[in-house]
Design a protein around this ligand. Structure first.
Ligand code: PLP
Length: 428
């Protein structure tokens, strides 16, 4: 089934690339080595081509959906070789699937990691990573401003298995570094944070973690590898809710983990057994979305900055949170570690929650929806979005105002979004 050339590539995973990528090309004859190293190309080229450098099966121009749970072999011997890993080949889609493998390769190159693994959702990626890497008695250090679902794992589930969790106030960088320096197994960071767009100094936290012998895992969902590459700053692992900017169309759930080969393999093994795999169809949708990642992010960065600046001038708006604003308390750190400030901003409507509700109901263009990172502009409040799992008291303790609107810029024209927001503000 495989040519000599393909077989010779099977064990060639020194750079962390999995043989599964090679599997896609099994039926294509006469292809050569890639003529250029895609990883060295611009971000737009990487978004389009990474993982797809070689001709695809049956000369398809786009990655096919391998909608098959199992893979069939012409004889027992070749099946056994694939099952034992001595030859390339997929066996069962809970373990590997050719469409999913291309997605894994694309994010691996975009983030600059050794290996990547895909999951059914962002939370599946986060929880599988934490459960695979932590043991009873381990100590983990993180921040108070993680995405609400992640915070639930820290506060509700990890303590049940005897993991000691310390969550430090995100804005207290000194306390965070002191806590890491006391020693821990894992430092878990999210920056910019959801929904108040706080910034963690990645270089500082990662340097302290390395001295303390701790691993660092960064949720890069808000930034995307177009705006921020934590692995290049020394992080061991990066996690994404691919449901957001990576997929970008609000039509598929997914999670991705990228980083050091041995760590990702460890988590992938846990995923394979626990069954948190990504479906081929979702992988296809996410791949299709990722091709336009650089274009979308450039537009969304620009729109968010313009929207944040415009909102700062409005008397009906109390506070605007966006790391691209010079007045953001960590603007200098953001400017150092990010090449764009992202497509999400948040702001507080002056008045009570009723005024915020009136604003949301008066929006005509932005959708009232829980997600972010879509081509459609989405607006919501923490009680129905990022911190739906928390009580009013828990949100207050986290410093998340009930009147906060999270606004995720899509790719519509700024002038139309501006008119929509200004029109809705009149109702507050
Ligand atoms: N990380 C961040 C920063 C998020 O905003 C979310 C979801 O909103 C997640 C992780 C979880 O991702 P998913 O909804 O794909 O499980």
């Amino acid at each position: 089934m495989f040519s000599e050339h393909e077989k010779s590539r099977v064990g060639d995973s020194a750079d962390g690339r999995e043989a599964s990528i090679v599997r896609m090309w099994g039926m294509v004859e006469g292809f050569g080595e890639p003529s250029m190293n895609i990883a060295d190309c611009g971000r737009g080229t990487v978004s389009v081509r990474a993982g797809e450098e070689q001709p695809l099966s049956l000369r398809a121009a786009q990655v096919p959906i391998y909608q098959s749970a199992a893979f069939a072999y012409p004889d027992f011997e070749s099946w056994q070789d694939a099952a034992l890993g001595t030859a390339a080949g997929d066996i069962y889609s809970r373990i590997s699937n050719p469409t999913v493998a291309v997605l894994e390769e694309k994010i691996r190159v975009l983030e600059g990691g050794e290996k990547a693994a895909a999951f059914a959702s962002g939370m599946a990626a986060i929880s599988n990573a934490l459960y695979a890497l932590l043991r009873p008695g381990d100590r983990i250090v993180s921040i108070t401003d993680n995405y609400g679902g992640t915070s639930k794992i820290f506060l509700e589930f990890l303590p049940r298995i005897g993991v000691k969790v310390e969550l430090v106030r995100t804005s207290d960088a000194d306390a965070l570094n002191e806590s890491i320096a006391r020693g821990c197994r894992l430092v878990y960071l999210e920056t910019p944070t959801n929904p108040t767009l706080k910034i963690v100094d990645l270089t500082r936290a990662i340097t302290t973690a390395k001295s303390a012998g701790a691993l660092t895992l960064v949720d890069n969902t808000f930034a995307t590898p177009i705006n921020q590459r934590p692995l290049s700053l020394g992080a061991d692992l990066v996690v994404h809710s691919a449901t957001k900017f990576l997929g970008g169309h609000d039509d598929a759930m997914g999670g991705l983990l990228v980083g050091r080969c041995n760590l990702v393999s460890n988590v992938q093994h846990f995923r394979d057994i626990n069954g948190a795999c990504l479906s081929a169809f979702s992988a296809y949708l996410l791949l299709r979305g990722m091709k336009t990642l650089e274009l979308r992010i450039a537009r969304q960065n620009a729109t968010a900055l313009a929207m944040a600046s415009m909102l700062c001038e409005q008397t009906s708006v109390e506070e605007v949170y966006y790391p691209g604003l010079k007045r953001h308390p960590n603007h200098a750190i953001a400017a150092r570690q990010m090449s764009g400030f992202g497509g999400v901003l948040s702001f507080c409507i002056k008045g009570d929650f009723e005024a915020t509700k009136r604003f949301l109901n008066a929006l005509r263009l932005a959708q009232r929806a829980a997600s972010l990172g879509s081509i459609n502009t989405l607006a919501g409040v923490p009680r129905t979005t990022s911190h739906v799992e928390c009580t009013v008291e828990e949100r207050a303790a986290l410093g998340i105002p009930e009147t906060l609107v999270r606004y995720s810029c899509g790719i519509e024209n700024f002038e139309d979004l501006e008119a929509d927001v200004l029109g809705a503000l009149k109702h507050t």
